[in-house]
Ligand binder design. Sequence first.
Ligand SMILES: Nc1nc2c(c(=O)[nH]1)N[C@H]1C(S)=C(S)[C@@H](COP(=O)(O)OP(=O)(O)OC[C@H]3O[C@@H](n4cnc5c(=O)[nH]c(N)nc54)[C@H](O)[C@@H]3O)O[C@H]1N2
Ligand SMILES: Nc1nc2c(c(=O)[nH]1)N[C@H]1C(S)=C(S)[C@@H](COP(=O)(O)OP(=O)(O)OC[C@H]3O[C@@H](n4cnc5c(=O)[nH]c(N)nc54)[C@H](O)[C@@H]3O)O[C@H]1N2
Ligand code: SF4
Ligand SMILES: [Mo]
Length: 670
Amino acid sequence: MKIKSVCGYCGVGCGIEYDTRRLVGDIDYPVNEGLVCSKGASELHTIETPTRLLRPKLRKAYEDFTEISWEMAIETIVHNIRSTSPERIGFYLSGQMLTEDYYVANKLGKGFLGTNNVDTNSRTCMASAVVAHKKVFGVDYVPVRMEEIEHCNLLIMVGANPAEAHVVFNNKIKKAKKEGLKTVVIDPRRTETAEQADLHLPIRVGTDIDFLSLVARRIVDDGKTDDAFLDAHVNGFDAYLKKIKKIPTKKLLKRCGLEEEAFEAFMALFYQSENVISAWTMGLNQSAQGVDKNLALINLHLLTGKINRPGNGPFSLTGQPNAMGGREVGGLATTLAVHLDFNEESIAKVSEFWGAQNIAPAPGLTAFEMIEAAERRELDVLIICHTDPVYHLPNRSRVEAALKKVPFIVEINAYDDSETKPFAHLRLPAAPWGEKEGTQTNMDRSITRQERLTRRSIDCKPDWEIFSMIGRAMGFVSAFDYQDAEAIWDEYRRMTALSPKGHMDISGVDAASLKNGGHVWGEGLFDDNEFLTPDGRANLIFVQNERRSESSSLEFPYLLTTGRTRDQWHSGTKTAFVDRLLKHKPLSYIEINSEDAQSAGIADGDKVKVTTARGALVFEAKVTENIREKTLFVPVTDRRINYLTNDLLDPESKEPDYNHNAAKLEKWSG
Ligand SMILES: Nc1nc2c(c(=O)[nH]1)N[C@H]1C(S)=C(S)[C@@H](COP(=O)(O)OP(=O)(O)OC[C@H]3O[C@@H](n4cnc5c(=O)[nH]c(N)nc54)[C@H](O)[C@@H]3O)O[C@H]1N2
Ligand SMILES: Nc1nc2c(c(=O)[nH]1)N[C@H]1C(S)=C(S)[C@@H](COP(=O)(O)OP(=O)(O)OC[C@H]3O[C@@H](n4cnc5c(=O)[nH]c(N)nc54)[C@H](O)[C@@H]3O)O[C@H]1N2
Ligand code: SF4
Ligand SMILES: [Mo]
């Protein structure tokens, strides 16, 4: 029997077909038309790795973990929750959880336990885009879909490497290029995506706002603004004009480290293209000025009216498979539920819907703020699900020290070998992809169903069930009495009618209809150029590079950046164990520019020691011309990487600044 499902790795959300132990791409599925990358193709093996976590395990202070029953596990959680107060409880969730999992966890935390400290690893990933969307459009909405590149003449990719991070989307790009699409890549590295591009601008790390402001200024100077669009649909143009006309153009171009010819080549492509999409990911979001970087890019579309028409607009590429769904449900500590914030009216609506009396009136602690609370011994219970914060949060030594001060940490994971494991007291085995069913929204706003493909391991439970068990054991029996994922979906979809102006209302979309290819929410939401701001107009907001990130110095002359490789998924609990992937890029190496290597006496394959203000690590050197001078790159598959990264945050989105770490480099012979 054939079962149709979707891949559980990245935000592309490819359709797959499973047939008696064989997994292939679904040719009928519009997103991927049969294509899958190596991660999708090998996902079936991840169910059977020897590194699964299969039983609940409890650890007393300084002792090893011992297996316990689910009853005892849940009792232990309830005891710890009851022994403290709501503001000292935190949940840390993940853009890899299914919508049903997210919904139940969010309802339990914010609705019933009375803590808004319910945040997600999307804080480290999409938070800057979320805040920018809300500031400009009034709502967190992505106004472009992947298929639109067929109508597009120029695709600008800034700080994004889809050839490795969104592989099947990159295939679509390559296909569109054969039909005439031009692409520009703005990235300090000559990535595989840059290699395919018509133009690569090897910008200096952290100078994107300078570059994008220069483009905006040029558009203004050349009279290429769409004044009718600006007049009718955009606020703030006059104020913006005054400021953009004052930017020091020569100085900014120098700061970007780009030649004038390169800039002119970009402008020529921009002007000759009727339809323009710009796509971005972590090169912009992960920054102490991540929101502003997003604004600077979105501004280009507002200035030229290249938005809300097929083949045009700012396209934030979502990283994780359900980071978009998590944002819809309300998994960030800064939203309550279904795109509602913490105002009185929203709290009243949500309280009534959930039958909850405990919703706290203000946003909760975001990811790193929970770490800061832990440092002050203000966090007693932390429940972590489907993510590995010790691995992925910045400034790891600080994170480790903070987590040691949390008296009770629960880790819900499907695999056994996380970096968070040594800091957890209770570990609960989740049923992974393939052993459960539920819903996810890809970067296209396309809501699809993951189906169960195999029998569930005896003691493993879907994440939603674990949160439901805690809810019932806390005494909220009817609120968490779900029989299956579909019952949760039915409740959640009814709730979406409460979303602001009902823009996300999918109450009519039942689970059965999702089995046949999914449902795209919010199609054409801005088609008449009506945004979801109070006056229906988009906001044009001038920004400038405030250089809040760490900068290089005489002592630390390099800037260390981090990112993805094609065949591995983050900490690698799933991918690193799939044998056929091992022939690909190594898990650990450091890219060093060839001239820098030469002057430091470093050859390809040498061991090098990299030191930042936080720590030092040794890597194997990969000497290459494909990275800008004085820039270093380490893949996130090196699980130690965040011992080196800094913990600066964007002041609005609270997203970490992973890509700007002042570093020094020495040949290591230890
Ligand atoms: N194979 C694979 N695919 C994945 C993932 C994975 O683990 N493995 N993870 C998924 C997730 S969660 C995410 S968030 C996405 C991330 O997707 P991407 O953001 O596309 O991938 P990254 O490699 O993190 O970073 C993109 C690029 O930003 C560049 N960059 C760094 N600093 C700057 C800067 O200051 N300016 C500019 N312009 N560029 C800069 C880096 O050189 C890098 O090439 O990938 C998703 N897809
Ligand atoms: N230096 C640096 N750090 C970064 C980034 C960077 O670019 N550079 N990127 C940031 C970004 S964008 C992201 S998204 C994060 C990613 O960081 P993480 O979310 O920590 O990375 P993963 O390895 O994907 O962790 C997922 C965890 O879920 C577990 N798991 C798998 N399936 C299931 C399941 O069904 N249920 C449960 N409960 N658990 C399951 C896996 O075993 C794994 O431990 O890293 C962030 N950190
Ligand atoms: S591109 Fe993304 S969704 Fe598609 S198969 Fe690869 S990892 Fe899965
Ligand atoms: Mo991410």
